[in-house]
Ligand binder design. Structure first.
Ligand SMILES: *Cc1c(COP(=O)(O)O)cnc(C)c1O
Length: 416
């Protein structure tokens, strides 16, 4: 299958000519909105279903505003993420605060905003109580340990630092009940970039069972389960996106069996996907600066790991299209490299591509989640701009590129 971007080389040249030098991220508003609506519609059977977008995937207020307009909440895990959500008007229970190793001031801010606080450990109960007081609604993150297999991005649950064990959950909810909390939710996040729809059904089922057990043991009522994010996207041309209707139908069947069928009170289903919401709808646009032929053929581009770290960090595959050569035979083999003095700064390794020339534009696919966001300044590399291709066909700069002044802004040259 030929995986192609929905824009032409001419369109990109026009965007560049309008004053947007490469490299830049180019997000597409229309498919982001359509995809958001698809998710909401798939779970319409669940009264109160909500997606809390994982802000860490794409922490840009213009993207968050689009998602807020689509009815999404925000899943935050740090002070700046809480402040971003607040700035775009997502507050109260529109925010899920799922942090770990949390500083006191973040609990204070989350409580002030009325966010749903999701605790990562039993020892955080007294910590939260001292820092901010006990909120009226509380959630705990469950780590099923050896009961579930994780995957490469998030690791095995047993080895993961997140969440409480099952026995700890019983104790934690009991403690909260005894402190007067009346409203409860439960959370887990056991996979990332998972393409198997049944995995999410199994996760929901696991939480339905837990809710039944905890409710019976402690006499408390749960309002929601949050099955986390982690829905994968087809980075590779031969992969397929997760069938949301199948996930939804599977979860609905388990819900009817384990919750309504047993006379338990209704539960809202929450998710906190990042990747599947924005990942496929952004391209990193970069230009070829150099061609180098040594032991391998290298295509040197003007982007680097500062703009997209996933390939270097996890060997992740990101598809690439040489603009204007969409239908040329991919009969050359290249490593596509950035300029960091790190040999892992490669966007593609031994990739079949059409014949590449200096000056070619490359669209690196699926850069919209954990892409720009992971950028860093190592080696003095500056992060690029983010552009939004709006529904009306215009292009808006939603973040300017960093400058050397930004890079120097935390330094004190005056006292040298
Ligand atoms: C990273 C993260 C997410 C989002 O994960 P995706 O793979 O982008 O869907 C959701 N929840 C928590 C707690 C996370 O850490």
């Amino acid at each position: 299958m030929n995986k192609l971007p929905p824009f032409s080389k001419t369109q990109i040249e026009q965007i560049i000519a309008a004053g947007n030098p490469t490299p830049f991220h180019l997000y597409l508003e229309k498919p982001i909105r359509e995809n958001a609506k698809r998710l909401t519609k798939a779970f319409a059977w669940n009264d109160g279903f909500r997606e809390y977008f994982a802000v860490k995937a794409t922490p840009n207020p213009h993207i968050l505003k689009i998602l807020r307009e689509e009815g999404f909440g925000a899943d935050c895990s740090s002070m700046p993420e809480l402040l971003l959500a607040e700035k775009v008007g997502i507050t109260g229970e529109g925010i899920m605060f799922t942090s770990n190793d949390t500083p006191a001031n973040e609990f204070v801010k989350a409580k002030e905003l009325g966010a749903i606080i999701n605790l990562d450990d039993i020892s955080h109960i007294p910590f939260l109580e001292k820092a901010a007081g006990i909120p009226e609604l509380i959630c705990f993150r469950y780590n099923p340990g050896p009961l579930r297999e994780g995957n490469t991005i998030i690791g095995k649950p047993e080895e993961a630092k997140y969440g409480l064990t099952k026995p700890q959950l019983f104790e934690a909810y009991k403690t909260m009940r005894d402190k007067g909390v009346k409203r409860f939710g439960i959370h887990t996040m056991v996979a990332s970039n998972e393409l198997n729809p049944d995995y999410f059904v199994a996760t929901a089922e696991m939480l339905f069972d837990l809710v039944a057990e905890l409710s019976a043991a402690l006499g408390i009522t749960f309002e929601f389960i949050n099955i986390g994010g982690g829905i994968g996207i087809p980075y590779k041309p031969e992969q397929q996106s997760v069938d949301l209707e199948r996930v939804s139908a599977g979860i609905k069947a388990k819900y009817e069996e384990k919750i309504t069928g047993k006379g338990l009170p209704p539960l809202r289903l929450y998710m906190e996907n990042g990747r599947m919401i924005t990942g496929p709808y952004d391209y990193l646009i970069t230009r070829v600066l150099h061609l180098k032929h040594t032991y391998r053929n290298y295509v040197g581009v003007d982007a680097c790991m500062a703009n997209l770290m996933r390939p270097a960090l996890y060997g992740a595959y990101h598809h690439e299209t040489i603009l204007g050569k969409e239908h040329a035979p991919a009969d050359h083999i290249y490593d596509v490299t950035g300029s960091l003095c790190e040999n892992n700064d490669k966007f593609a390794i031994q990739r079949n591509l059409p014949h590449v020339e200096v000056g070619d534009l490359i669209a690196i696919h699926d850069a919209g989640a954990h892409g720009y966001a992971m950028g860093f300044n190592y080696n003095g590399k500056l992060r690029s701009a983010e552009l939004l291709f709006k529904e009306d066909g215009t292009v808006k700069k939603i973040r300017r590129a960093e400058t050397v002044d930004d890079y120097f802004s935390t330094l004190d040259f005056d006292s040298l």
